[in-house]
Design a protein around this ligand. Structure first.
Ligand code: ATP
Ligand code: MG
Length: 373
């Protein structure tokens, strides 16, 4: 089967790698340039979205910030999964919050802001401290403000007002959640309504960007997350891989946000699960049976941010796998990731301690938690 992916970044690249053994051939639509490219080489292989859709059996997406006219053309083809509505939910925090309420899953209290009067109502209704997020276009913690003290409201308002000059934009004010940790659940749902979720993953962020993801073994929390995942996926009639980010507050889960796609916190599944998230996404959208999501070995994923080389010694470490994205180096940019696996969790800790000593301390600050030096 032929699958066209909207977006030509690392997620399309990893779908291509995962699809090849199943004879699923992936082409990518670079939304910025309008070119059809090969997801591995970025070679220009065609022009015209309509043309590419006509040649594909299925159309899917690797990100949610896609122009409306592109979404419409894809939706009208009848080949688009998870479909326009799912992508719109992932790309607009207002629609996302409304969906979470409709699915009756717990999330942080919120208030939508379009004007200064709304901002004052938000302060009254949501309370301080609060997190303010642009409804459209936010990623990696960008487009966010924190308000702790009423005296800072005026200062923040000036910045938000500039964003609101775009009439499509809004700000979603959210109650600040004093979470113990952040976890996410990545899972797949197919057109028959069958759901397969991976183990819940604990995520560590550094300066607002994901730095470490590790599957955790907590059956009580796993059940709660799975129930919430199923409610959300069913409400959306979702087909494909979906990721849900949660705040864990004393064993209670609150949804932070949804990603209607394969997700960075699911990259560990390439080495740690029976079937990786990229293959399962393709299986779901192509109407194939879902693959097992069972954890096969303890694994940790480490993001490589702003670096384009790694010590060769890493490849000599048993269970250590490097995944480069083939991107131009830029400060803080997601350039690749490292998956480290072991037979037992104590062995994984030992390997992570070794890695913490091999990796550059400035480039991998989150690794210091494993260092035994
Ligand atoms: P990404 O694309 O990396 O997932 P994002 O820009 O979509 O990030 P969020 O996930 O909403 O933004 O927020 C980024 C981070 O800010 C969260 O992972 C969390 O650490 C913190 N954060 C967001 N909302 C809240 C909240 N209501 N209370 C406390 N912390 C929050
Ligand atoms: Mg997030």
């Amino acid at each position: 089967m032929r699958v066209l992916v909207l977006g030509a970044g690392q997620l399309a690249r990893m779908m291509s790698l995962a699809g090849a053994p199943l004879n699923l051939s992936i082409t990518a639509f670079d939304v910025e340039s309008g070119k059809i490219v090969h997801p591995l080489t970025q070679a220009h292989i065609g022009d015209g979205l309509e043309n590419a859709i006509a040649q594909a059996d299925v159309v899917t997406a690797e990100f949610e910030h896609i122009p409306q006219h592109v979404l419409e053309v894809c939706e009208n083809s009848g080949k688009f999964l998870p479909g326009q509505d799912a992508i719109l939910i992932g790309g607009d925090r207002r629609i996302e919050k409304a969906l979470l309420d409709k699915a009756q899953v717990k999330n942080a209290n919120y208030h939508v802001i379009k004007s200064k009067a709304d901002f004052h109502s938000a302060i009254e209704n949501v309370g301080l401290p609060m997190v303010l997020k642009t409804a459209l276009g936010g990623y990696d913690g960008k487009g966010q403000w924190r308000l702790k003290d009423r005296n800072d409201a005026e200062l923040i308002w000036h910045e938000m007002e500039a964003c609101l000059a775009d009439s499509k934009q809004a700000i979603v004010a959210e109650q600040f959640v004093p979470f113990d940790r952040e976890v996410s659940l990545v899972g797949a749902r197919n057109a028959k309504g069958e759901v397969a979720v991976y183990p819940l993953t604990e995520n560590v962020h550094t300066d607002g960007v994901l730095s470490l993801s590790t599957p955790i073994d907590d059956s009580l929390l796993q059940d709660k997350a799975r129930t919430m995942f199923t409610a959300v996926a069913e409400t959306m009639n979702y087909v494909g891989v979906l990721a849900i980010e949660f705040f864990d507050l004393d064993g209670e889960l609150l949804v932070n946000e949804l990603a209607p796609r394969v997700h960075n916190s699911g990259h560990w599944t390439q080495q740690g699960a029976e079937t990786c998230q990229f293959e399962n996404h393709l299986r779901a959208v192509c109407g194939l049976p879902l693959g097992s999501t069972t954890l096969v070995r303890p694994t940790c994923m480490i993001n490589v941010l702003g670096e384009d080389t790694l010590p060769d010694a890493l490849l000599a470490l048993e269970g250590c796998h490097i995944h480069w994205y083939g991107k131009q180096k830029r400060d803080g940019r997601k350039m690749g990731h490292i998956n480290v696996s072991a037979e037992y969790s104590a062995d994984l800790d030992r390997k992570l301690a070794l890695l913490a000593n091999i990796l550059d301390k400035k480039a991998f600050p989150a690794m210091q938690r494993f260092s035994q030096e």
